[in-house]
Design a protein around this ligand. Sequence first.
Ligand code: NAI
Length: 286
Amino acid sequence: RGKRAFIAGVADDNGYGWAIAKSLAAAGAQILVGTWVPALNIFETCLRRGKFDESHLLPDGSLMNITKVYPLDAVYDTPEDVPKDVKSNRRYAGSSKWTIKEVAESVKEDFGSIDILVHSLANGPEVTKPLLETSRYGYLAAVSSSSYSFVSLLKHFVPLMNPGGASISLTYLASERMIPGYGGGMSSVKAALESDTKVLAFEAGRRHRIRVNTISAGPLRSRAAKAIGFVDMMIDYSLMNAPLQKELSAEEVGNAAAFLASPLASAITGTVLYVDNGLNAMGIGV
Ligand code: NAI
């Protein structure tokens, strides 16, 4: 049978999550997505009204089918973790079973198992502030939603992942090189994610034969990136300075994810794969 993928962090057709879903669908995988609860309504409405119809088109002319959309808030592991004001919030009260543990249980109930887990989400409330001006709250909130969320997702999905399965997250060069403008602890968040990739590759590899890799992606005009505000500058910088002088398409990252999730990558785990037109190789701008 074909493989089944759960992709956390899809709420429109602009981001890396959508592109990864398409590349996996083009390779024959069944697609399940996890959508941030506050974004769920508008995402489902857009899907229903056909706003993303053109974006569903796969290279062979067929259309991507999203088998099921699950509400998800990756900041909460279990219902007991959810504060009262969030529970009663208008945007959350309309959905249920959106903590990580419950989503994993629902997927298990609906489909039994998955083969591929993708983490394509991040949130840093103080991303526009320099690290020196970042509050403890902002820093820890960024780590919670962008790094620990991956640890927790893997922890809860591992029991339903078939041996030989693969998980993938998205990281950014700011983890290892100073990139002014990527603040609020988001650089720290990506450093944690990359380090955790190695530790989790060992643990999930030994215990469950599951591979864990992360893609260090170049700049893309996604919703999240536009919120940071400096993405156009980063795209221009890359065009000027990267070995490959072309704009990076989300599809190129999607295709790399499909490769990493496939048997072609069966010996690859614990790695950071750069999909950035080679910008990471440069020491100085030219
Ligand atoms: P995006 O806006 O398409 O994706 C981020 C998603 O995270 C959104 O769908 C949002 O609803 C979701 N999200 C936020 N908080 C959440 C939570 N608590 N629970 C569940 N979902 C939550 O933007 P993009 O840029 O495609 O981001 C995907 C990944 O790619 C992120 O990890 C990002 O850091 C990474 N990345 C992005 C780059 C870029 O230039 N766009 C460059 C390198 C990495």
